[in-house]
Design a protein. Structure first.
Length: 479
């Protein structure tokens, strides 16, 4: 083979020349224009070489010319997942990107951003994130920006024919470890059996929801109990669930504390001490009660106690952390690194930060939080309770962050949850781990037949949204 032919065959298959859909015919034309004679090579040899150098070419993608043309939503819920709006972003080249608005959030959080994205190149993820990030906030209000950010990464990966983790700088691990939630029982022995079933299914890290809700039928366990005979919240417009922890006046008696610790003791007797086990949803009470519980739980070597009080009471969180050897954890409702994670990490407010990528700002912002935590010796995990699209987005973020611990899996008891997407050979979660996808983008596509089956009442599958096409506000934050 002469040097001109070798140059053609050795051309990078991912270069713009080969990624704009040039066919075998155009390849032959190039060869002819170059004064090359293909007759010197056997036909079968030429075909094999052409097939080899073009095997990974994306025929419908020219990344520099990619433009966003539409955004639509399919909102699911019920028996398949917590209520989750799925975002789909369309482009002028036929490829689409997907992301999830956080579970329990409004689809309008994402649709509001559509007019800011139309006509833009989705591969400019960071620039577009800066454009829309002002419209996110803590809790579910971060769901729109975060879901859109994931969909942009999905599109960028598909356009360049590489997995998202590679766009983040590569991966530290081939498999991501998950921790598994367990359904609640007021019978501690039954609860322990359910936890053991998770271990038998291959999970290597667990979490249980345990708190004052388990004591509601035990007289003398809770002072000022929300479900107690005095009905302390009956005339409150906000109610117990909407009252922040320091203002409820709830206290746990010694009797109640011993009963809660009985749950932990029976749990550990059942599953042993080799399995990491965290706890969540303790209830709404002050820093004093949280400290009392954390110290009492020390003999059971919990992996962490999550969200004992709201995250923004940072001084109180630090007080709890310093008072106990039980690891403390918070962060699922914090939006962006500079939105609160930086202060929590700088001051070692808790032992582990726990962002939800569907609130924190998406895939890259979550990695930034993990990297910042790593510099300060703080643990780093992922909260997640939405659909499988963003779950896989979490997998890419986790794979690309060095100090990652575990990713939450909150849909073990929803058998059709994994069927919402295609792209995996076998179950997504196997023996407590997720293999990091190597396919372009997030590595999964929607199974529209299953998605349509679980649409919430009145919702259509990715119905047009022209009412969100036009910007109707001046977004600039300065004069």
């Amino acid at each position: 083979m002469n040097w001109k032919m070798k140059k053609l065959f050795d051309k990078d298959p991912e270069s713009p020349v080969n990624s704009d859909g040039k066919s075998r015919r155009s390849f032959m034309q190039q060869a002819s224009l170059g004064g090359l004679s293909l007759a010197a090579f056997p036909t079968s040899d030429i075909q094999e070489r052409i097939a080899y150098v073009t095997q990974k070419v994306s025929r419908n993608s020219a990344p520099s010319e990619l433009k966003i043309t539409d955004m639509r939503i399919a909102e699911i819920g019920g028996k398949v997942a917590f209520r989750t709006p799925i975002v789909r972003i369309y482009t002028n080249q036929g490829i689409v990107g997907h992301g999830d608005v956080r579970d329990g959030a409004a689809k309008e959080y994402a649709l509001f951003l559509k007019s800011r994205l139309l006509g833009e190149n989705p591969c400019n993820v960071e620039r577009l994130f800066k454009k829309i990030s002002q419209f996110g906030h803590h809790g579910r209000q971060g769901g729109g920006v975060s879901g859109v950010e994931m969909a942009l990464w999905d599109l960028a990966g598909k356009a360049y024919n590489i997995p998202v983790y590679q766009l983040l700088g590569g991966k530290y691990r081939d498999k991501v470890r998950v921790y598994c939630d367990t359904t609640v029982s007021t019978d501690p022995h039954e609860y322990a059996d359910r936890m053991q079933a998770r271990v038998d299914a291959g999970y290597t890290a667990l979490k249980m929801d345990i708190g004052i809700n388990l004591l509601k039928d035990i007289p003398g366990a809770i002072i000022n109990a929300p479900d107690g005979s005095l009905k302390p919240w009956a005339n409150e417009s906000r109610g117990y669930n909407l009252t922040q922890h320091p203002y409820t006046g709830v206290q746990i008696t010694q009797k109640g504390l011993e009963k809660l610790m009985e749950f932990l003791a029976i749990m550990r007797d059942k599953i042993g001490y080799e399995i990491p086990m965290g706890t969540d949803h303790w209830g709404h009470f002050s820093v004093n009660e949280a400290t009392k519980i954390a110290k009492a739980a020390e003999p059971y070597s919990l992996a962490y106690m999550e969200d004992l009080i709201p995250w923004h009471f940072m001084d109180q969180w630090r007080e709890i952390t310093l008072s106990t050897t039980t690891p403390t954890q918070t962060g699922e409702d914090i939006y962006r690194l500079e939105g609160g994670f930086d202060k929590i990490i700088d001051n070692h407010t808790v032992d582990i930060v726990h962002p939800d990528p569907n609130t924190a700002g998406g895939i890259l912002e979550t990695k930034r939080i993990g990297d910042y935590a790593s510099k300060h010796g703080i643990g780093f995990m992922h909260h997640h309770a939405a659909g499988p699209v963003s779950f896989i987005g979490c997998v890419h973020s986790a794979a690309a962050t060095e100090n990652f611990l575990w990713l939450e899996h909150h849909a073990v008891d929803k058998p059709d949850w994994e069927n919402l997407v295609t792209g995996f050979d076998g179950p997504i979660v196997q023996n407590g781990y997720v293999t990091v996808p190597d396919k372009p983008g997030l590595g999964v596509e929607l199974n529209e037949e299953v998605v349509e089956k679980y649409l919430i009442e009145g919702e259509k599958l990715f119905a047009p949204t022209p009412e969100w096409d036009q910007i109707r506000a001046w977004d600039r934050l300065w004069s």
